[in-house]
Design a protein around this ligand. Structure first.
Ligand SMILES: NC(=O)c1ccc[n+]([C@@H]2O[C@H](COP(=O)([O-])OP(=O)(O)OC[C@H]3O[C@@H](n4cnc5c(N)ncnc54)[C@H](OP(=O)(O)O)[C@@H]3O)[C@@H](O)[C@H]2O)c1
Length: 300
């Protein structure tokens, strides 16, 4: 019997359980995907903990991004066929053996991209892309990114660098060398950050991207960065009067571009850890430690 990960009540990773359920049937415009890898994201544990903003109905399903093989096709599907390798993002429930998704949520996976990389690319990658696009940056601009080595940050930094933008990124010492290896100037987070950013960018920075939370937004404001040049995906945009662009509906053109970059090695998707589906609670424990490089991925 196919397995799904679900949570019958809100709480920590311990509330996750694996249930056997019949394979879902694709409806009009939908395909069924045999999941090969699913990336974990902070939004998963925010939903699982019961954040009122998420409106989760119990038992809840978990997981927002995946890669796999199309294994059944519903009526009125135009672009995808059985056997096609795909990746994309879904509203929830990606942590399962089989997932039904609208074909507009799935892009074709180039064969050379490993499953764990493709499984962790869609949601983090599109968030990074959309956030970056929202600031209308040009070659020569200088940006600062908090949590630069995380799932979104690691991709946002590389996408910016590919456009000729100079990138300063905050991370712990353990991630500094990795950031340097892709071309980012690493700075420690915490109280040292403003002084280090001023040293590296004496003429100021063009824009800032927060992927950690309110403390980073406050530091960016203290650096004199105008609120409209600060984007947050992690903190309270309204409280600070900053912007919150990042990941609207999945865009297949964007996913295709991200995959093309990943295929030629122009976008590296670091995968910190891979867990089998039956160790999904441990996978979330790893993610929720909050200190990782790139993605944690579950492989059914
Ligand atoms: N739709 C959306 O808007 C959207 C989509 C995706 C994500 N998000 C949000 O964006 C945020 C980032 O997501 P993610 O997937 O990139 O998370 P993540 O991968 O879990 O981020 C982990 C990173 O946070 C860094 N970090 C830990 N403590 C820090 C501190 N005090 N200051 C600065 N950085 C610190 C860690 O750096 P070290 O390991 O070097 O310590 C690590 O690399 C989350 O809040 C998520 O919910 C929003």
């Amino acid at each position: 019997m196919p397995r799904v990960v679900r949570f019958p009540r809100f709480g920590g990773p311990e509330v996750l359980e694996i249930a056997d359920e019949p394979s879902p049937e694709p409806g009009p415009g939908q395909v069924r995907v045999a999941v090969r890898a699913a990336g974990l994201n902070p939004v998963d544990y925010k939903r699982r903990r019961g954040g009122s903003a998420y409106g989760v109905t119990l038992p809840g399903r978990i997981g927002r991004e995946l890669a796999g093989v199309v294994d059944a096709v519903g009526p009125d599907v135009d672009a995808l066929q059985v056997g096609e390798e795909v990746f994309g993002s879904v509203p929830d429930g990606a942590l399962a053996d089989y997932v039904v998704a609208g074909e507009t949520m799935l892009a074709v996976k180039p064969a050379p991209i490993p499953w764990p990389v493709a499984g962790g690319l869609a949601l983090a990658g599109q968030t990074a892309w959309d956030a970056l696009e929202s600031q209308g940056l040009r070659a020569g601009d200088v940006i600062v990114v908090s949590a630069a080595a995380g799932g979104v940050g690691s991709l946002l930094c590389q996408l910016a660098l590919s456009r000729g933008i100079h990138v300063i990124g905050s991370a712990s010492a353990g991630n500094a060398d990795w950031l340097r290896s892709v071309g980012v100037h690493p700075v420690p987070y915490g109280h040292e950050l403003p002084a280090r950013v001023r040293e590296l960018a004496p003429s100021g920075v063009t824009a800032a991207f927060d992927l950690h939370g309110d403390e980073s937004i406050q530091q960016f404001l203290d650096l004199g960065i105008p609120p409209e040049r600060i984007n947050t995906n992690a903190g309270d945009a309204e409280r600070f009067g900053v912007r919150r662009a990042g990941r609207g509906a999945p865009d297949l053109g964007t996913l295709g571009t991200l995959a093309a970059f990943a295929e030629i090695g122009a976008l590296r998707v670091p995968v910190t850890a891979i867990f089998p589906l039956d160790q999904v609670a441990d996978a979330y424990r790893r993610l929720e430690e909050g200190h990782l490089r790139g993605k944690v991925v579950v492989v059914p």
